[in-house]
Design a binder for this molecule. Sequence first.
Ligand SMILES: Cc1cc2nc3c(=O)[nH]c(=O)nc-3n(C[C@H](O)[C@H](O)[C@H](O)COP(=O)(O)OP(=O)(O)OC[C@H]3O[C@@H](n4cnc5c(N)ncnc54)[C@H](O)[C@@H]3O)c2cc1C
Length: 560
Amino acid sequence: MAYRSPVADIRFILDKVVPLAPVAATERFAEATPETVEAVLTEAGKLCDEVMAPLLRAGDLHPARLENGVVRTSPGFREAYQQIAEGGWVAVAAPQEYGGMGLPQTICVAVNDMMSGANLALQLNPLLTQGQIEALEHHASEEIKALYIPKLISGEWSGTMNLTEPQAGSDVGALRSRAEPLGDGTYAITGQKIFISWGDSDVTENICHLVLARLPDASPGTKGISLFMVPKYIPDAAGKPGVANTLGVVSLEHKMGLHGSPTCVMSFEAAKGWMVGEPGKGMAAMFTMMNNARLAVGVQGIGVAEAAFQQALAYAQDRVQFSQIIQHADVRRMLAEMRAEIFAARSIALACAVALDLGRATGEDHWLARAALLTPIAKAYGTDTGIWVAEQGVQVHGGMGFIEQTGAAQYCRDVRVTAIYEGTNGIQAMDLVGRKMADDGRAAFRLLQEIEDAAKAAREALPDLAEAVWQSAETLREHTEGMIAQGTQDCFAGAVPYLRAFARVLGAHYHLRAALEGGAHEKLAAIYIRRLLPQAEAALAAARAGAVDLFALSPEDLGA
Ligand SMILES: Cc1cc2nc3c(=O)[nH]c(=O)nc-3n(C[C@H](O)[C@H](O)[C@H](O)COP(=O)(O)OP(=O)(O)OC[C@H]3O[C@@H](n4cnc5c(N)ncnc54)[C@H](O)[C@@H]3O)c2cc1C
């Protein structure tokens, strides 16, 4: 079964559920007319279906490999990347002044969704470049912007992010890489970074590493970290890749999945770098890239979920056991819930992107606060959905799901890392209940009010479904009030179930909006609201339980 980009589903959400129209009504995004959006999505969809998806298996069977210090990518990846770059798909939302399309982030999210479904490992390359462009746009000097951004947008060069070190994973503040000033405005960067996605490859002529490191007199922790641009080849006077920098790939990781994406151990040995942003403000600058990437990684989960679902649906119509297996209630349940989860996760991610675009185009703070609130939810729920749907996809296939040649297992293996990188989903949940509620929950309560108002307005047309959504929002509001009054440890102990409950209520809200259009949308909303939304109540009970029980159970009690 060949992957088909879900252009019509995305269009429906952007028309009826999370309208793009207010974004297109702003001066900044006036070019994002329905006709342009249709044309862009259709064209991107063709690339995904015809060029990227056919290489999915090759990436799995023939992982990227290290040959004499140079990474050789999986068969076909180089040529496919050229087509991505030539089509302008590396950076759909990048600024026009540097050669980008200047379209809303929402359209970029939609394109990334389709590309992730087609080929996650390959899509990770432009994803990282997009984040780097945004970080440079906001924090780099004019010279760095002028030199690097056009090359990144054209796809001639690609971008990476170098945070992780062996002792510094979630605790980025523990990193030890050093940056010594060379007296001419440049720095010598020394240190080892691990797990660097697309840290080297043969698909672009230069690779631009954004590296976190410490200046000699830097204070400990995250405050002492600065950000540096450290290119593989140092650009010459003409802006072409010049002499090789003193950095390289030590080894490639052997991974559970995502084999087509080279995950590199990098060594920087007094490599020449340029500071991006101010000394000691590296984390703030890197956060621009990470926030962009967090939403984008959530979307990776949704893309893979879509592909796994399409394959499971096709198999369920083909396979006969007594009857076509799709005629069995339990198989129907799996397929219906997979579809309902994908719709909810996709709507949340697009709502996050629309809020970002409206914030940027209007300068109104409440939109940016909305985007900030939705980012950890979109990341964690999008990736949890990817993992859960891919796993259900295996189950729909029965024994054939466990056999590699069907491809169902690859989706499971590939998507698993999305809940880990870009900040584990546990860290996302702590961000939601900590930093994102630091406004006393104002952004959350504003959103919950909108959900309740929309549910009230839908009561006449859809009484049962609307009542369930209203009630769930009310319960979440009460819990949120209680949680804000809780101590940090209790809050963190309940963060993951709280995030899941929030995602469920949001998902139900968007399903309710879709249900007002009737037909299959209403039937799918009934699946979500009757069968999945009730999980919010159970999740909130777990969220309310606090930390006491967890720490009452000592490591010895656990069997240590
Ligand atoms: C395939 C792959 C690609 C990657 N690509 C990149 C990349 O391009 N660039 C880059 O810099 N990094 C990259 N990473 C690294 C990735 O971002 C880290 O693996 C991730 O941030 C988690 O860090 P860790 O692996 O050290 O886990 P740890 O931080 O050791 O976490 C282990 C467990 O402890 C939990 N935990 C840790 N701290 C806390 C806390 N304070 N509170 C509660 N729970 C906590 C975590 O949630 C997790 O469950 C990649 C990783 C992989 C596997």
